[in-house]
Design a protein around this ligand. Structure first.
Ligand code: TNX
Length: 544
């Protein structure tokens, strides 16, 4: 009502023409009524703030401080500009997020005009595309919080910034909640910022996958790579080859009962990720890492005999039979179904550690599979060994071990996803006392995970060659969500910052302080993180 009144208030020159009675009735009387209703008389105390000191991860590109405060009260409304279904959905996501943070239940409404005091305003404007596909501008003023972006994805990323400025699990009686005033301009450094989960060595339920996706979303990552097949298990239903899951999905490392996702469940995961502006990158590893498929269909083996299911952790002993036509029919069928279920642009074909494949067979195999992936309208990603195949400037190679292969990929014009095992593998132990995980590549403490830059990691590879960064979590030793959390947190936050924040804004000394202040937030969210001694952990103002 207040907003409506002030919007219709006549311009100054017109106002002069009002006679006194008119002025009393039209202006002072409603003001007096409103003031008695809304207590305009009481001046709200000034609160001094510093937006630049907000503990944000990833650190934004630029912050301008205005030193005052927006007070979030129960009367606030989340306004979205226009009638877009998509923005209304994001508005509801924001409302749900605010509810769990503050206990407030804010309505979401469309509007064609700038809302009045005390509200949120989410606006997608073409001209804000200066911030790119995922960038945003967050203007926090005493009377209104406006989030602008060129795309809905940008609005979604900006909401994560607001999340980190609010408590977690607070009660509405703890309010009003304060947001420091000022402006944040923000956009990502790399267009691909992801994490991988190996669901083959150990199987994880859909609910756990969704939680993992939420972790990525909260730190503005945009790619979820899911390693769907390996020697120990085939995890995605393929209708034309039902034994892949009926038999090949039956077990896992250590002999547990394994599992698989039906196509409906996979579609649900994809939708959940899509709603968070996260691309799902499905991987079917081949020609090696295929024991589960070979055990399910004897005809995929060169000797025509199906091996036993495998529950150990060795690598490099299995291969599809690259000289048989049925192998390519099989791959085409799998990719046909997977591509139809996957709206994102990528299919990952693995291609790593194919030690059981004859050298002369490997390259023709990868080249042929690349053609199959492209026939289905997708871009192939492969681990760094695939750099030896016929690549071009549309190709994407994921560095994990061999820098010469990465250079070879760049020389062929391909783009790199940087996942050097020594820095980015979340299954690597933090130090020699870590109970879970492996250490074949390195021990990766929280500082080591943070202290590298994709654009300078390797001589001969620059920022232009890098599509982005991904942190894989292999699951030979990781069996449940608590264990996932322990290996992922807090390193994931560092990978998110490497992918998002310009390198000149990144600094371990400042980062570790911001990270330490996330402790209460992580704990309140029930996350079992590794309490590295290198980080000054504190509870901060976050209420448990
Ligand atoms: C290497 S990384 C592998 C995986 C293992 C991982 C364990 C890559 C492409 N291959 O099969 O799970 O090491 O750290």
């Amino acid at each position: 009502m207040a907003a409506y009144y002030f919007r219709t208030f006549p311009a100054k020159t017109d106002r002069m023409r009002h006679n006194k009675t008119n002025f009393l009735i039209t202006t002072l009387l409603p003001l007096a009524i409103m003031c008695s209703l809304f207590s305009c008389g009481e001046k709200e105390e000034k609160i001094a703030t510093n937006l630049a000191a907000a503990n944000l991860i990833p650190q934004p590109v630029s912050i301008t401080v205005d030193s005052s405060a927006f007070r979030l009260k129960g009367s606030a409304i989340i306004f979205v500009q226009g009638e877009s279904e998509e923005l209304l959905r994001i508005g509801q996501y924001f409302s749900d997020m605010l509810k769990s943070a503050t206990g407030l239940n804010l309505p979401v409404k469309s509007t064609a005009e700038v809302p009045g005091k005390g509200n949120f305003y989410l606006v997608v404007l073409e001209e804000r595309n200066v911030h790119g596909e995922e960038g945003y501008q967050l203007d926090i003023k005493e009377d209104l919080v406006t989030l602008y972006a060129g795309t809905p994805a940008g609005i979604f990323r900006g909401i994560q910034t607001i999340r980190q400025m609010l408590p977690i699990n607070a009660d509405k009686t703890d309010g009003p909640f304060i947001l420091p005033t000022g402006t944040i301009q923000d956009k990502p450094t790399y267009s691909y910022r992801g994490a991988m989960l190996d669901v083959s060595r150990h199987f994880f339920q859909v609910e756990d996958i969704k939680r993992y996706i939420d972790f990525l979303a909260e730190y503005k990552m945009n790619a979820f790579h899911i390693h769907l097949s390996d020697d120990q298990g085939w995890r995605i239903e393929i209708k034309k080859w039902p034994n892949l899951t009926a038999h090949g999905g039956k077990t896992q490392v250590g002999g547990g009962k394994g599992g698989f996702y039906t196509q409906e469940q996979y579609a649900d995961i994809v939708k959940y990720a899509q709603d968070r502006y996260i691309t799902v990158v499905p991987e079917i590893d081949m020609p090696g890492h295929t024991n589960a498929a070979l055990a399910s269909y004897p005809e995929l083996n060169c000797n025509g005999k199906a091996p036993e299911l495998y529950t150990g952790t060795e690598v490099g002993f299995s291969t599809l039979c690259s000289s048989k036509e049925i192998t390519y029919q099989f791959i085409d069928d799998v990719i046909t179904e997977l591509a139809a279920l996957t709206p994102g642009p990528f299919i990952h074909i693995g291609g790593d550690e194919s030690h059981a494949t004859k050298k002369e067979d490997y390259l023709p195999f990868v080249n042929r599979v690349k053609g199959i992936v492209e026939k289905h309208g997708k871009t192939m990603i492969g681990w760094d060994e695939t750099a030896q195949a016929d690549l071009n400037n549309q190709s994407v190679v994921q560095l994990w071990a061999n820098e010469d292969f990465a250079k070879m990929a760049v020389a062929k014009g391909a783009q790199l996803i940087m996942s050097p095992a020594k820095k980015a593998y979340m299954d690597m132990q933090y130090d020699s006392t870590t109970k879970l995980g492996l250490h074949w590549a390195a021990y990766i403490e929280v500082d080591s995970a943070y202290l590298w830059d994709p654009a300078t990691y390797m001589p001969g590879v620059g920022k232009d060659n890098v599509l982005g960064i991904e942190a894989p979590l292999w699951s030979e030793t990781v069996t449940n969500l608590d264990e996932i959390e322990y290996m992922v947190f807090p390193r994931l936050l560092g990978y998110a910052e490497i992918g998002w924040t310009p390198v000149e804004k990144r600094n371990w000394e400042a980062y570790k302080v911001r990270l330490g202040k996330q402790a209460g937030r992580l704990r309140a969210d029930g996350i079992d993180y590794y309490e590295s001694k290198l980080v000054p952990w504190e509870e901060g103002a976050v209420k448990n």
